[in-house]
Write a protein that binds this ligand. Structure first.
Ligand code: FAD
Length: 282
């Protein structure tokens, strides 16, 4: 069992005033678990560039550690360097560096910049200032050439200077442990933190998982489908399943957990309490 696991929480870039207020509450409520950071996603193609930055700086101004997600997307590398420099100047010291995807509707003329190249660019311009996290895929990225190529490219992200990785969500802990073993075989020793997606909505989960290549085991699909008309029942069932997943991951040596909160605090709070994570002394 991992002692004092690293805990972090992810938010999407809320665009409305109501969404921002809710995020403030979420940060406040989850702070009791002493998270290492709160991260804020970056819309495909840079569509939330300013929103992500405003939210990250707001979270930091409220006294928490905040990490922006970042991709080159549709921007020039010059603009990306400017953005990274502005984060450095504002005292942000963590980043999640991604290739990202192009927003639907944008044609294939723009070449996406791979995450290893973005990490190298950030290191080239800001040295060791940032702790950089990258994405990893225990069930393998949907566009990967092969399992071993995907592991290889993760290794290249670390060689370029990433410090750790956060995984795409999954519900089969074996996929994670096998992936860690394969990474170890090629010399990847940096921490790879499981990304944890609470189970809250059957239809959204199915749609999103098909797109991002996350496998929902057949038994779980059926269990969730049966509860898809009763959200209380589904959430209760989902909490049991995800608590057990987190327990298995920590018992097997995962260095921590990164929760995809969907900007809600209650379910992440229940999961962290179920896991017996230490609460901050008031
Ligand atoms: P890469 O590491 O570049 O990999 C993409 C694919 O290309 C893989 O198949 C890989 O095997 C291959 N590859 C990698 N490097 C090379 C190379 N140099 N040459 C050739 N092939 C290569 N998306 C967003 O839009 N915004 C977000 O905020 C966001 N946050 C995320 C957070 C986490 C923790 C995770 C797991 C994903 C997140 N995503 C986000 C989704 C992510 O952007 C997509 O999965 C995207 O398709 C791949 O991004 P990547 O950084 O893993 O890309």
């Amino acid at each position: 069992m991992t002692n004092n696991p690293h805990i972090s929480f992810e938010f999407f870039a809320a665009k409305t005033e109501q969404g921002r207020i809710k995020l403030k509450t979420t940060c406040h409520e989850l702070d009791k678990f002493s998270p290492e950071f709160y991260s804020v996603t970056y819309g495909a193609g840079g569509s939330t560039r300013d929103t992500t930055k405003d939210l990250v700086l707001g979270i930091q101004a409220d006294g928490y550690s905040a990490a922006p997600h970042l991709s080159v997307g549709g921007d020039s590398t010059k603009d990306v360097i400017k953005l990274v420099q502005s984060y450095k100047d504002a005292g942000i010291n963590k980043l999640v560096a991604l290739r990202g995807d192009l927003p639907s509707g944008i044609g294939g003329t723009k070449q996406l910049v791979h995450a290893n190249e973005l990490v190298a660019l950030i290191r080239q311009h800001t040295g060791d200032h940032f702790e950089i996290q990258v994405a990893a895929y225990p069930e393998i990225h949907p566009e990967a050439e092969s399992y071993s190529k995907d592991v290889y490219w993760l290794g290249e992200k670390f060689k370029a200077g990433a410090n750790s990785a956060i995984t795409q969500y999954f519900y089969n802990p074996d996929a994670y442990f096998r992936f860690i073993d394969e990474c170890a075989k090629v010399g990847i020793e940096q921490p790879i933190l499981p990304g944890i997606m609470p189970l809250t909505n059957y239809h959204n989960l199915m749609r999103f998982s098909d797109n991002c290549g996350a496998d929902i085991p057949r038994w779980l699909r059926w269990q969730l489908k049966e509860r898809s008309d009763n959200s209380d029942d589904l959430i209760k069932y989902g909490i049991d399943i995800v608590t057990k997943l987190c327990e298995d991951l920590l018992a097997g040596g995962a260095p921590g957990l990164h929760f995809y909160t969907m900007n809600q605090w209650r379910i992440s709070d229940t999961l962290c309490r179920n896991l017996g994570l230490p609460l901050k002394a008031l």
